[in-house]
Write a protein that binds this ligand. Sequence first.
Ligand SMILES: [Zn+2]
Length: 544
Amino acid sequence: MFCHVLSAVISGVDALPVMVEADVSDGMPQFTIVGFVSSQVREAQDRVRTAVRNLGVSLPPRRITINLAPGDLRKDGSRFDLPIAAAVLQALGVIPEDAFRDTLVAGELHLDGSTERITGVLPTVLMAREKGCRACLLPVGNVREGRVIEGIRVVGIRSLEELTAYGRGLFTEEDNLSENGDRSKDSLPAVYSVDFADIHGQEAAKRAALIAAAGFHNLLLSGPPGSGKSMAARRIPTILPELTQEESLEISRIYSIVGMLPEEEPLMRHRPFRAPHHTVTPAALCGAGLHPRPGEITLAHRGVLFLDELPEMRGNLDFLREPLEERKITISRAGGTCTFPASFLLVAAMNPCPCGYYPDRRRCSCTLREIKNYQARVSQALLDRIDLRCEMQPAEYDDLTAGGQSNMTSAWMREHVIRAGQLQKDRYAGTGILFNSELSAADIHRYCDTSPEAGRLLRASFRSLGLSARGYHHVLKVSRTIADLEGAEKICETHVSEALCFRCGELELPDSGTGKSLRLHEGQQEHKGRMTSGRRKIWEGEKP
Ligand SMILES: [Zn+2]
């Protein structure tokens, strides 16, 4: 007798339908699973056989063949235990033949017949709804996650016994935890345990973080150890706008696939913050495997990817160019080609020299060559894609002893980020552009209108600082964001000058060869001083 049950396999960030077919026929007694399956799927036969026996059903000494269709799609994971058991029980006549019509079944089995949580439930239930299924049968531990998707019934199954009862129409929803399942749909605001108010001093870094968050500009923080680089980076998700329902679902899907979604919180409310160690391999960053799995850059989607100790990172990180520009990554492996979303805010941090204390010559005795070599380890291609560079100074005694909280709280900063975000949304409506950082050279001419004074400063800086075309565009994009933060239509001189300040990092590298490095444009020097004192005044006067 032949029976089939619908299930699904995860491919990339999507679920694809898989038909689990079972046939019981005369012949040599055996249990075989075919259909381009991994050894993990093949192990299901022992679990299913034992679980069915423990249900009190004896498998007849006949030939049982399981086929997972389509045959050209590789199946991986332990999620096929439950549909295989369901199809076998149907083929044996224990469960009526049409019991699982319009129903998707997925789950892992223990030997005693109890079910175990699986990963990738969100995309699975979404796919089932798209296919017009009425219900999804899932392990009870996955029910909360499954019920996030509206418009389809999600039934939690504790054991193979309950699956049989469901098939026979004897299973009532009361047996199940139907309550609280929808709790996750309430949109509670995200609460972060950290806040920018915890950081005393470091006003320039906070300002850089604010600009980075407002225009989604990538940011490089450089400074001595202990100056608070990772402290600042860790707080950037707290000033990004709240996740929308779609964004939350989008991120939750990714975390569902890698099994990182907590059972009690099936929808992600926080923007992700990923900080892989500097020994991370390129494969772990980008995603890998025979059956590609999302990597760190995809886990940081819609959030922050923090790369600390940038010069110590393995490999040259040139492979990050594609995701930084396309905001997605495509991985080709024997198991197939997958595209993962990867729209993240890159925050990188580095020490200025091998010991970390340059330019404090009392502590740093690194030679210029050592410093140059150290900084040259950072891929130029990656640096080219970082709009904002901020040098952090060692913490000042007065800042540390000031006590209380800083004026710049995350809530106050987020308010400004949201306001600037709204301006960008209105300006780029219908163009597909979301943030200033995404502007192309042609867009820059269109949207970055500068005042005559700003134009003059740009011309002077271009020559005196030796900016490249790309550097020039970065300055304009950052100026646009600074103007948006102030609600200004036109880019003024002060905006450009502040943007140039956040560009200086690269120009202040010690360079014995060309001699151009340490020379800042005179006007800009003056601006830098004025900006710093001016910024302090603004921030100290303005209460959040
Ligand atoms: Zn040093």
